[in-house]
Design a protein around this ligand. Structure first.
Ligand code: IMP
Length: 181
């Protein structure tokens, strides 16, 4: 165990478990309408941060869902984007002509989202590509990326919980929190 400079005692709740779960129902309903229910839907989990959002979201989807996982690292151990994106595992089946939903935890600078959308468009040629993020830090954006769907817009503060981490910790919390300065 490392010595952590942040203590869970100081964590303030930004979005409660209840608020997240309520928002998910609406979000899933709206996302569903984007895709034909006659066709398979490939739902891509961007590990590790979107794991909680992803597993909760897919439970609401009534399509024939194929669950796929990729892994990307962008923050390292910092609380500011390092602009240093590392693709750890991008293994996917053939998605040519398929309906694809990318599920991300948060869009911050937009660099990861941009990388992912380009990757899917150029390498996979999906029939339809939709990007959903739980959180949208609009004020931190460095490009013109916007998610097709998002759960909550938040200020430019570093958040943890519900999949999001600081130095690998706090992902398991059922709510989104932040450490006040
Ligand atoms: P972007 O490329 O700057 O948009 O950042 C995307 C990735 O950075 C997300 O998928 C997260 O893993 C991570 N990230 C961005 N903001 C936060 C935060 O506030 N807390 C924890 N991780 C974050």
């Amino acid at each position: 165990m490392i010595t952590l400079d942040k203590d869970i005692k100081d964590l303030k709740i930004l979005i409660s478990e209840d608020e997240i779960q309520k928002r998910l129902t609406d979000l899933a309903e709206n996302i569903e309408k984007e895709f034909s229910s006659e066709e398979d839907l490939y739902v891509i989990c961007v590990l590790k941060g979107s794991v909680m959002f992803y597993t909760d979201l897919v439970k609401h989807l009534k399509h024939n869902v194929q669950m796929e996982f990729i892994r990307i690292s962008s923050y390292g151990h910092e609380t500011k984007s390092t602009n240093n994106l590392q693709a750890i595992d991008l293994t996917l089946p053939n998605l040519n002509g398929k309906n694809v939903l990318i599920v991300e935890d948060i869009i911050d600078t937009g660099l990861t989202a941009n990388f992912l959308v380009d990757l899917f468009r150029i390498q996979h040629h999906p029939k339809k590509l939709v990007f959903a993020a739980l959180l949208n830090k609009k004020c931190a954006r460095q490009n013109n990326m916007e998610p097709d769907f998002y759960g909550f817009e938040i200020d430019d503060k570093f958040v943890v919980g519900y999949g999001l981490d600081y130095k690998g910790y706090f992902r398991n919390l059922p709510y989104i929190g932040y450490f006040p300065n």
